[in-house]
Design a protein around this ligand. Structure first.
Ligand code: NAD
Length: 484
């Protein structure tokens, strides 16, 4: 497989929060990988802007350390790193004051793509947007990238949208959901809309149910005070799981263009029915060991925030009426695994009799680990002994198909940053999408608060509370196992 790297126009990318955790772990290593892949023009520049008192050379040293830590050892090449770092600059800046803004203005070039990554707390977004304009640094062609969380409810998301809209047009705003940058997520659209095979079956007539699982093994220790104010519903469901559900459930867009795709996703969110409280299971990890307790991790014995949630959802439209979507996500679970499973219905009549057992086609879309897709099909077990049926996987693991060391498969952040430079908003959330997702989420969260609802305890290293399994057992279904 020959790697095809499509060049981008040259750019000045300013990372506000360029010394922060996200910049170190994701944004800068992602840019380095694109540099190594030959996609970053030689005269493109990355400008770190943060509070620390650094100069270009100190910042480059700091970034070298981050690359050493977060880039695969085999990709860390001294020559490449030195060349990449020479394209980096630094400005000490205060988002809420006047320090640094004149320096930034002096540094920016005309006639190149200008992008500003807001990798700082959302409370600073308004200050940054305002100063970018008052200092004539951003213009009508500039782009801004904003990180999650985008609000904590409908009112705050609306306020944030309004603040950004005072200075930037919607076509300039790139709201990141890094799940959308994953190769598999885009492949989901390719599989659905590039083949004649799946789309005729992609509806309530043939699909029994859909499962979306995002399981993590880590707890919230270290970021307990942030997490405890948010919980699994706000931190994962409102954004990542909702986006995955949209891509599975949406109607075919007329074109693969940003607004056509996002219009269809929005229709799905708006078609989500309010959730019956008996179709929601909230959990909190609670082990015997000292470091196994959510309460310990957030240092609050009374916390009622969920670290796990499972729900049964209905998309009320002609395509999906009667086919439930089961979603679950949680911390301290058995394995780190994100997958979507489309479970098709049984064949209408078995010519092989009851002894052949029950066989179902399942299309599994794995986001991590080992991105890829598997289609389970039923065949005859080879050999003599009559007609015994078995299920075998048709495996489409991308690493196998493309080769493990292929630069053509960028990771989520690097793809998304390059999309910003290209001006392609398809994989970014539009303001109305985010608001619609909060409009659906808010009443559910308010319901718990009104009822004084307590999450159910679950043992770390399991698949969550037993009641989560019951959610499916009630309908004679079962979750797919969580495993690496
Ligand atoms: P961080 O605390 O590690 O870094 C914050 C950065 O903001 C630092 O560079 C700091 O200098 C800068 N900063 C703070 N106040 C400033 C001011 N007044 N003026 C100029 N710069 C200022 O934060 P982080 O973990 O890198 O997160 C950044 C953003 O990304 C947040 O909105 C966070 O919610 C979001 N995010 C982070 C992660 C992650 O894994 N770290 C994941 C998803 C989203």
């Amino acid at each position: 497989m020959v790697s095809r790297v499509i060049p981008v126009d040259t750019f000045d990318l300013v990372i506000f929060g360029g010394t922060g955790d996200l910049a170190h772990r994701k944004i800068l290593p992602g840019l380095y990988r694109r540099f190594v892949a030959g996609q970053m023009p030689e005269d493109a520049r990355v400008i770190g802007a943060a509070r620390a008192e650094l100069d270009d050379s100190k910042y480059r040293e700091e970034v070298r350390g981050a690359l050493r830590e977060y880039v695969d050892a085999q990709r860390f090449n001294e020559d490449h790193v030195a060349a990449f770092l020479s394209q980096l600059h630094y400005v000490q800046i205060d988002a809420q004051g006047e320090t640094g803004w004149k320096d930034l203005h002096a540094l920016m070039r005309d006639g190149v793509v200008k992008a500003f990554y807001f990798s700082v707390a959302p409370s600073l977004f308004g200050d940054l947007a305002e100063r970018l304009h008052s200092h004539s640094i951003a213009d009508s062609a500039s782009r801004i990238v904003v990180e999650k969380p985008f609000g904590r409810d409908l009112a705050s998301a609306r306020a944030l949208n309004q603040t950004l809209a005072e200075h930037f047009d919607e076509t300039q705003i790139y709201r990141i959901d890094h799940y959308l940058g994953k190769e598999t997520v885009q492949n989901l659209m390719a599989v659905r809309f590039g083949n004649v095979l799946f789309e005729p079956l992609w509806n309530a007539q043939y699909v029994d149910h859909i499962q979306i699982t995002v399981a993590e093994t880590v707890g919230v220790a270290g970021r307990g005070s942030y997490y405890d104010k948010s919980g699994a519903m706000r931190d994962m469901v409102q954004n990542h799981l909702m986006q995955l559900l949209c891509l599975i459930a949406m109607e075919p867009p007329s074109r693969f263009d940003p607004d056509a795709v996002r219009d269809e996703k929005l229709k799905v969110i708006r078609a989500l029915e309010p959730v019956d409280p008996t179709d929601i299971v909230r959990g909190q990890y609670e082990g015997k060991g000292k470091s196994d307790s959510y309460h310990e991790d957030v240092e609050d014995d009374e916390s009622r925030t969920e670290s796990f949630i499972a729900m049964k959802l209905h998309v009320s439209n002609w395509r999906w009426a009667g086919t439930p979507f089961y979603i679950r996500t949680g911390k301290r679970l058995k394995a780190r695994q994100s997958e979507i499973a489309v479970v098709f219905k049984d064949a209408p009549h078995s010519i092989f009799g009851a002894s052949a057992g029950r066989h179902r086609n399942i299309l599994t879309i794995r986001l991590q680990p080992n991105e890829g897709m598997t289609l389970g099909v039923t065949i005859k077990e080879p050999g003599p002994g009559g007609m015994r049926l078995i299920d075998v996987p048709l495996d489409m693991t991308f690493a196998d198909a493309l080769g493990p060391d292929n630069d053509a498969v960028p990771e989520a952040y690097e793809r998304l940053v390059m999309d910003v430079v290209r001006g392609n908003q398809t994989l970014f959330m539009r303001g109305d999408e985010v608001e619609a997702a909060w409009a659906w989420t808010d009443p559910i969260i308010e319901g718990w608060q009104g009822n004084d609802d307590r999450p159910l305890p679950y043992e770390p290293g399991t698949s969550g509370p037993e009641e989560s399994a019951m959610l499916l057992h009630r309908a004679n279904r079962r979750w797919r196992e969580i495993r690496e």
